[in-house]
Design a protein around this ligand. Structure first.
Ligand code: UDX
Length: 471
C-alpha cells in the first residue's frame, strides 16, 4: 500500500468511528478525537459504543497501534496532515442542519494550526458550509496558504458501515486546490488503486483488486450537494414505492411484483424499492429536511421533498390503521413486537418508525412485548420498561399469548421464524408485517391472518367469516 498519512478524525459517532477505524485499516496513522470524555475512556478501555459488523475486528487490529483515541483536538490537529470533521449535524427546530458543532470544531482547529492542513468535511452539511469553515478559520488569524477546506461525503449505511466504507460505489472528493486534492487522493489510494483488496485479511465486500471504486473529483460545493441530493433521492424512491404500495392495496395487486417490474428497468434499478412503514434513522429524515431548507434559502421551490416527508409520515399512520382494522379495539390488547431499531442490522433507534408505532400502541392502552436483537438497550433509554412495556429475549417470547404479532424492522432472524411454533405461541394467529418478510399465500396456508404492505390481506377462515358479516 501507499505511504501512510497522519489523519485526525473529529467525532467518534457512526461516521467518525468507522472512518477512523477504516483509515487505520488502509494503512494510515489515525487520531480519533471526541470531546465526550466518557466515550473516549470507553474506547481506550476496549469498549465499542455502536453495533457494527467488522468494527470490533478493526478496532482490535489497530487500537493502540495505528489508531488512538483522545479528547485533545489541539494535539490531534498539530500531529495530522488531514483533519476530518465528522461531528453531528442534528436537525434544529426550524429543520435546518444545526452546524454549531462544526463551527466549534473549526474554531478549535484554527487555534491549533501550525503548518499546512487539509480540513475535510465528512459530516453531511449544507452547501456553502465549506465557505463558512474557511471564514471561521481565517477570522482566527490563520493565513490562507496554511489550509484548504474540502468535502469528502460518506455514503455508508448503518449495520454495513465498515464494508460500505471500504467497498464504496464511488469516492467523491471535493477540493478547490490541486494540493488538497492530492492529499485526499493519497488517503484513498489503497482503495482507488485496488491494492487493499489484494490483502489476505481485507474486509470482504464487492470490490476486487481489478475492480476498484471510481474516484470523482469535484468542486467542494458539488461534493456537498452530491451528499444531500443522494440521500434525498433515496428517500424519495422509498416514498414513491410506498405510495405505489397503497395503490396496489386498493387495486388488489402485489407491490413486490410491481417493484420487481419497475426495478428491472436499468434506468431505475431494483434497490430501495422495498415498501414498508417508511424510512427512519439518523440520516434520511434529517437530510431531507435540511436539503429542503437549503433549497428554500436559495429561493428554489423543492415541494417534492415536502411530499416525500408527508408520505413517510402517512405510511406509519396507515400501518397503525391496519393494526386497528385487524384487532378492532386496542385497549388492553397484548401485542408482540419484533423490531425496534429503524431497520435490521443496527442498534440505532433514532427516528425509528418502529418506536413511533410502539408509542402509539402504548398510548392506546396496549400491552407490548418487544424484541430486537440489538436495539433493546437503546429503546430502554427512550421507552423505559413498565406495566405496559416489556422487553423480551426472543421472538417467541414476544409472541407469547399475544393478540397479534407486529413485524416492524427487517432483521434476517424475523424472516426465518418457525411458523408452526409461532402459530401455537400466539393467542390469535394474526401477523401484521410492516416489512413484507413473508409470502402471503404461505402465511394463509399456515393458518395465519396476515396483513402486510401493498399486498392482498390474507384472512384466516375464522376472520374471513367475521369480515364477511361486517357492514
Ligand atoms: C442512509 C444511506 O443509505 C447512506 O448512504 C447514508 O450515508 C446514511 O443514510 P442508513 O440510514 O444507515 O443509510 O439506512 P438505509 O439502509 O439507507 O435505510 C434508511 C431507511 O429506509 C430505513 O428505515 C430502511 O428501513 C428504509 N428503507 C430502505 C425502506 O423502507 N425501503 C427500502 O427499500 C430501503
Amino acid at each position: 500500500m501507499s505511504k501512510d498519512l497522519s489523519i485526525a478524525v473529529v467525532g467518534s459517532g457512526y461516521v467518525g468511528l468507522v472512518a477512523a477505524a477504516c483509515f487505520a485499516e488502509i494503512g494510515h496513522t489515525v487520531i480519533c478525537v471526541d470531546s465526550d470524555e466518557a466515550r473516549v475512556h470507553m474506547l481506550l478501555e476496549g469498549g465499542i459504543p455502536i453495533h457494527e459488523e467488522y468494527l470490533p475486528e478493526l478496532l482490535s487490529r489497530h487500537r493502540s497501534r495505528a489508531l488512538e483515541f483522545t479528547t485533545d483536538l489541539r494535539r490531534a490537529t498539530q500531529e495530522s496532515q488531514a483533519i476530518f470533521i465528522a461531528v453531528g449535524t442534528p436537525q434544529s427546530k426550524s429543520g435546518n442542519a444545526d452546524l454549531s458543532y462544526v463551527d466549534a470544531v473549526a474554531s478549535e482547529i484554527a487555534r491549533s494550526i501550525n503548518d499546512y492542513k487539509v480540513i475535510v468535511e465528512k459530516s453531511t452539511v449544507p452547501v456553502y458550509t465549506n465557505e463558512w469553515i474557511r471564514r471561521v478559520i481565517e477570522r482566527n488569524g490563520v493565513p490562507r496558504e496554511l489550509f484548504d477546506v474540502t468535502s469528502n461525503p460518506e455514503f455508508l449505511r448503518e449495520g454495513t458501515a465498515v464494508a460500505d466504507f471500504l467497498h464504496p460505489d464511488r469516492i467523491v472528493l471535493g477540493a478547490e486546490t490541486e494540493r488538497a486534492a492530492a492529499v485526499l487522493q493519497q488517503i484513498y489510494q489503497p482503495l482507488a488503486s485496488g491494492s487493499y483488496y489484494a490483502l489476505a485479511n481485507a474486509v470482504p465486500g464487492p470490490r476486487r483488486e481489478g475492480d476498484p471504486p471510481p474516484t470523482l473529483l469535484t468542486s467542494t460545493k458539488a461534493a456537498e450537494i452530491i451528499k444531500h441530493a443522494s440521500n434525498a433521492f433515496l428517500a424519495a424512491k422509498i416514498s414513491f414505492i410506498n405510495v405505489v404500495a397503497n395503490i396496489c392495496e386498493a387495486a388488489g395487486a402485489d407491490v413486490e411484483e410491481v417493484a420487481r417490474g419497475i426495478g428491472m428497468d436499468s434506468r431505475i434499478g431494483p434497490k430501495f424499492l422495498r415498501a414498508g412503514i417508511g424510512y427512519g434513522g439518523s440520516c434520511f429524515p434529517k437530510d431531507v429536511a435540511a436539503f429542503r431548507h437549503v433549497a428554500e434559502q436559495m429561493g428554489v421551490n423543492f415541494g417534492l421533498l415536502s411530499e416525500v416527508e408527508k408520505i413517510n409520515a402517512e405510511q406509519k399512520r396507515r400501518f397503525f390503521q391496519k393494526v386497528r382494522s385487524a384487532l378492532w379495539t386496542l385497549r388492553g390488547k397484548r401485542i408482540g413486537v419484533l423490531g425496534l431499531a429503524f431497520k435490521g442490522g443496527t442498534d440505532d433507534v433514532r427516528e425509528s418508525p418502529a418506536l413511533d408505532i410502539v408509542g402509539q400502541l402504548l398510548q392506546e392502552g396496549c400491552l407490548v412485548s418487544a424484541y430486537d436483537p440489538a436495539a433493546t438497550a437503546r429503546t430502554n433509554e427512550v421507552l423505559p420498561p413498565g406495566p405496559q412495556m416489556h422487553y423480551v429475549d426472543d421472538p417467541y417470547e414476544a409472541a407469547q399469548d399475544a393478540d397479534a404479532l407486529l413485524i416492524l424492522n427487517d432483521w434476517q432472524e424475523f424472516a426465518e421464524l418457525d411458523l408452526d411454533r409461532l402459530h401455537y405461541t400466539l393467542r390469535y394467529p394474526i401477523v401484521i408485517d410492516g416489512r413484507n418478510l413473508y409470502d402471503p399465500a404461505t402465511m394463509l396456508a399456515k393458518g395465519f391472518t396476515y396483513l402486510s404492505v401493498g399486498r392482498p390481506v390474507m384472512l384466516h377462515a375464522r376472520d374471513a367469516a367475521v369480515e364477511h358479516r361486517l357492514p
